[in-house]
Design a protein around this ligand. Sequence first.
Ligand code: ADP
Length: 448
Amino acid sequence: MAIHRILIANRGEIALRIHRAAHEMGIETVAVHSTADADAMHVRLADHAVCIGPPNASDSYLNVAAIISAAEISQADAIHPGYGFLSENAKFAEIVEAHDIAWIGPKPEHIRTMGDKVEAKRTAGKLGLPLVPGSDGAVSDIADAQEIAHRIGYPVIIKAASGGGGRGMKVCESEDQLETLMQQAGSEAKAAFGDATVYIEKYLGNPRHIEFQVLGDGRGQAVHLGERDCSLQRRHQKVLEEAPSPVLGEEDRNRMGMICADAMAQMEYRGAGTIEFLWENGEFYFIEMNTRLQVEHPVTEMITGIDLVREQIRIADGKDLSCKQEDIAFHGHAIECRINAEDAFTFAPSPGQVTYYHAAGGMHVRVDSGLYAGYKIPPYYDSMIAKLIVYGRTRERCIMRLRRALEEMVIEGVKTSIPLHQELLKQDDVLSGDYSIKWLEDWLRERE
Ligand code: ADP
């Protein structure tokens, strides 16, 4: 099989990112879009475009029937789902494959396993990944919950098996709160995800979020591409990411990376994936695996020189991985700033028309964005409008260049998070890399 035409089932910067990789491989692209995105950059650049419905994502970017019809009509022979929307929907992956369209993503059964956090943890444990201590599977009985929480010690965190996007978690400080919080977590999970299943794990006090990028060919070959540190978070949403992590040495990177790559080889994982860990006092604890491309993938591309979307397409085409573990080397440092259309410090959304736009440029500066002057940012979707990714030989030089690049970025007509990033890059803890997943929220609280 050879892929000739890819339908991109997404919007915004990631749709553009996929289009770029495809065109560099001589592959045509089909954009699908809602009526609100008719003027979007990815629609303008794609070889073909199909309108798949009204603005609401449930009627367009999540509309399976409309997307499959668009693929049939445009004779696309592959679908790339990007991130979000249908990217981790195992049923959609199955439907795509049932139509003899190549699915540029993992095997549906792996998407399903990793999408259920209880199953994911069990699988990760079997594959030799270190876990956060906790319940072995779902917990429904309060006496069991008490016994488990007592054994691992308070505080504990109650998590929804079907949770995602940082939602469906409750921290429990002591036994007298456990019953109430278990019930609340269960009913909230039921309301939000249609599944009341919850499980318990040890609540780590001050960890970092460190994740490993992996690639597998689906036949037992797998590699890791090192880690990304995504500890700067607000409400469990990543704000700035870097690679490598400022706290990880070469030995730990190789050791954990190989554990991840071996696990993926064992399960015959196919495509790109990310294994997420919390890291505290030198120990890694698996929290979840994302079976898709991630927003922050460019920092890995910057330090390895490997185009992850190109790899995804090659793998979906049945090819071998383009590199062996020993060919993958890490050079320098990369940082990504997520730029959102929102107030930099109150985080109030700020959709609307971009009256003026100038992207930063120069050596080792990459801007992934569908923005242009005159573009109207629709209010219906995620507020992220651009990613600024910068490389430097050292972390220090990367930060100097990032500051320079942020000065150059001009986005007028809407508020953006650029001032937040500029402020962050003045903080001693950020400059020294000394921050945990709590740091950003603590700092924002102190600023008020
Ligand atoms: P989601 O799928 O909703 O993103 P995750 O399991 O990846 O959920 O957790 C999201 C974030 O929640 C983590 O990055 C971390 O900030 C926090 N978190 C999750 N589990 C724990 C834990 N056991 N202890 C402390 N913080 C946690």
